[in-house]
Design a protein around this ligand. Structure first.
Ligand code: FES
Ligand SMILES: [Fe+2]
Length: 348
């Protein structure tokens, strides 16, 4: 059975990736072509011509219409065929599905599932990415592993100590216990690790200029299936937010991942890092972009290996879970529940 969670919004692209060129992207196994109309609206259509299934992404735009590159069937932005070569009559079934698409917080979100259920109000927010009070770097890495492995990875940050030592990992990450909390009603998973007195890893020492030991908080907020937020706060050791909640002496980094399955064994790994300090400092921007991409690629490399291991092993391998895994196990439970619920919705 597929482990995909349908009837959900997924990040398909960064808004800046979508323009007047046709962009092909497979989401949950569905090939989709994205483009922007002349008025600037993002369109997502099934990337298979209804005639002989030629990819529309290999075709061309004529104004807001897509002209199939094989025999010229032409589709409007709603997916309706408006021209068939060699005949005036257009068959009633000549259309390709159009996907509900919403642009928000610098992402292009696409609804995968029953169209009638697509409520833009359900899209979780990552407002920092489009907020001038933050400076953001980001990227998209192809991951040759199933999306569940990335969920596991991001919900158990103890691996920072080992896989990302010298970048974001220090001994205190693995040593400090986590708290896990599930908001069942809103389907949000919270995993927190607060380190009172920790070494400052190069990622933060170089970007903030803080020297010596730090107070380091990692507060994860996972909106399954797609959006993962890590609210990261660091400050010199002992420096806490003010009683009124303001935090003028803390440095805040909002780490955002969008976890979008491509196929059963590959994933679009969107990552972004938004900071509220040194906003104009290009050196800090370049450093964080380079350093964080390196960290992301360390995960990609490890998860690509894990996917190969899983594919080669016999059914029924038993993992061993321990305390550090409570967040990841809670995520697995929620995803399984959501996949089951979506499977019960009758397809139209
Ligand atoms: S495959 Fe598109 S027009 Fe023939
Ligand atoms: Fe990692």
């Amino acid at each position: 059975m597929s482990s995909f969670v349908r009837n959900q919004w997924y990040v398909a692209a960064y808004g800046k990736e979508v323009g007047r060129e046709l962009l092909a992207r497979t989401i949950l196994g569905e090939p989709i072509v994205f483009y922007r109309t002349e008025a600037g609206e993002v369109v997502g259509l099934a990337d298979r011509c209804v005639h002989r299934r030629y990819p529309l992404s290999e075709s061309r735009l004529d104004g807001d219409k897509v002209v199939c590159g094989y025999h010229g069937f032409t589709y409007d932005q709603g997916g309706t065929c408006v021209f068939v070569p060699g005949q005036a009559r257009i068959p009633r079934t000549a259309r390709v599905p159009a996907y509900p698409v919403v642009e928000q917080d610098s992402f292009v979100w696409v609804w995968i599932g029953e169209k009638d259920l697509a409520d833009p109000g359900l899209i979780p927010r990552a407002p920092w990415l489009a907020d001038p009070a933050y400076t953001t770097v980001g990227g998209l890495e192809p991951l040759k592993a199933r999306y569940e492995l990335l969920v596991d990875n991001l919900l158990d940050l103890s691996h920072e100590t080992y896989l990302h030592g010298g970048y974001i990992g220090t001994p205190e990450v693995a040593d400090t216990p986590i708290t896990t909390e599930v908001d069942e009603e809103h389907r949000i998973l919270y995993v927190s690790r607060h380190m009172d007195d920790a070494a400052c890893p190069p990622f933060y020492a170089k970007s903030t200029g803080v020297e010596g030991r730090i107070t380091r908080w990692q507060d994860i907020e996972y909106h399954p299936p797609c959006l993962y937020l890590l609210h990261s706060r660091i400050a010199p050791v002992g420096v806490l937010p003010e009683p009124d909640g303001s935090d003028p002496n803390g440095f805040h980094v909002e780490v955002v991942y969008a976890i979008t399955p491509e196929t059963e064994s590959s994933t679009h790994d969107f990552w972004a890092v938004a900071r509220d300090f040194a906003l104009e400092d290009q050196g800090v921007t370049d450093f964080l972009a380079e350093n964080n991409r390196t960290v992301v690629l360390q995960d990609v490399e490890a998860l690509d290996i894990l996917e190969q291991v899983i594919q080669a092993e016999p059914e029924g391998y038993q993992e061993l879970s321990v305390n550090i895994d409570t967040g990841a196990l809670a995520a697995r439970r929620i995803l399984k529940k959501m996949a089951g619920e979506a499977a019960k919705v009758p397809a139209k």
